[in-house]
Design a protein around this ligand. Structure first.
Ligand SMILES: [Cu+2]
Length: 165
């Protein structure tokens, strides 16, 4: 008799347990949180800095075209392995590259070779060999601009043009 009672009890426990488990399976759907933000149109670019000597270092892109007022995101990949291959990407008004590059060297490593200059439009952080950095800025007024690496000795080899349409 005792044995029988135990088996009935065990069956009851099983039923309760299974009922409980189906209940916990019910999940509550949560609505995604919508963050109100200014509508930004992004134009994205990936630029690699290649080469391992002062003679062959270069950017993989030479010309970038964007729309006026767009937000520009440039992912700069430093593919160098040599310790001297430290790169960044500065954007300046057309025809001012040499002057801004000179001021960048004066600004020095403590300022990541970013000068305080009226013709400087945007500047990324420095990317060590194997690293990448992201530069984001709003496209300036329609016109022609230049980009270059301001690490000392690099601006002549590592440069290109930004066209804002
Ligand atoms: Cu460089």
């Amino acid at each position: 008799m005792k044995k029988h009672t135990t088996s009935i009890l065990a069956t009851c426990v099983l039923i309760i347990a299974s009922c409980g488990s189906t209940e916990t399976k019910t999940t509550v759907e949560t609505a995604p949180v919508v963050v109100q933000e200014e509508e930004k149109v992004w134009e994205e670019f990936e630029i690699s800095a290649t080469g391992n000597t002062m003679q062959d270092m270069m950017f993989s892109e030479k010309n970038i075209k964007v729309e006026e007022g767009a937000w520009v995101r440039i992912e700069l990949y430093n593919e160098g392995v040599d310790a001297a291959m430290i790169h960044n990407l500065l954007i300046c008004n057309y025809g001012t590259r040499k002057e801004v590059a000179m001021k960048a060297i004066e600004a020095g490593a403590e300022n990541q070779f970013i000068p305080n200059h009226k013709d400087l439009v945007a500047a990324s952080d420095l990317a060590q060999p194997g690293e990448s950095v992201t530069l984001e800025f709003k496209a300036p007024a329609k016109g022609n601009y230049e980009f270059f690496c301001s690490y000392p000795g690099h601006s002549q080899m590592m440069r290109g043009y930004l066209f804002v349409k």
